[in-house]
Design a protein around this ligand. Sequence first.
Ligand code: ADP
Ligand code: ADP
Length: 226
Amino acid sequence: IPALQIRDLRKVYRQGNVAVDGLSLTVEEGDFFGFLGPNGAGKSTTIHCTTGIATVTSGTIEVFGIDAVKDYREARRLVGLSPQEFNVDVFATPVQIVDWVGGYFGIPKAERKVRIDELMQRFELTEHLKKPFRALSGGLKRRVILARALIHKPRLLILDEPTAGVDVETRLALWQYLAELNRDGTSILLTTHYLEEVERLCRNIAIVNKGKIVREGPKEEFLAGE
Ligand code: ADP
Ligand code: ADP
């Protein structure tokens, strides 16, 4: 079963904006998938439809075989999301932010604590545990958001520009961590504007334009030609 299977997705916003226009794509289990395209192409909308943040006009989305449109709460358990817009309480601390989502997923308190300790160490956040989110640098914010996305050990991780606006050092550290996660079996879909990020991390790529996939295939095909 694919990690993500989208068939003929259409999303028309209330104002009549056709954001996604018959998009189909498959992310196989274990893949590191680059979802690329210009601004306004429909990437974030596709991600929002997949994670139940936006409603779907038509088409189907399955996450490990679960209907992500009808059973979006069930599908969400399998998905970790690092959204482009963070949507957090900026006065909350890193632990509170991660713990809140852990609670949302029904993880018992004791287990949450262990997981959070692990994640805070992994992302080198232990010196910043008492600071409100708003006081953190861009790179630290990114790491908190990634920790939040991982609290429930998702099988599919969706990253909407995870390294936008962070410094080079943080970007390299994040790349390494994402590669590790993928090696350990987490399927990943990533949008980015950094070609180097694609080169380093992705195995397969789809390019979206005006709400449709215009090209897709293994990374090598893109790097070799045109
Ligand atoms: P991308 O992530 O590729 O930059 P988006 O999915 O954000 O593209 O946007 C696709 C199109 O949908 C754009 O024309 C954008 O203006 C429009 N759009 C995105 N979000 C909304 C919204 N909440 N309401 C109306 N139109 C939207
Ligand atoms: P519901 O409508 O089911 O009550 P919400 O849309 O209010 O759920 O989501 C609750 C919160 O949990 C939101 O802040 C959302 O960003 C967060 N959330 C949901 N699913 C995930 C996920 N897979 N990874 C990270 N955060 C998530």
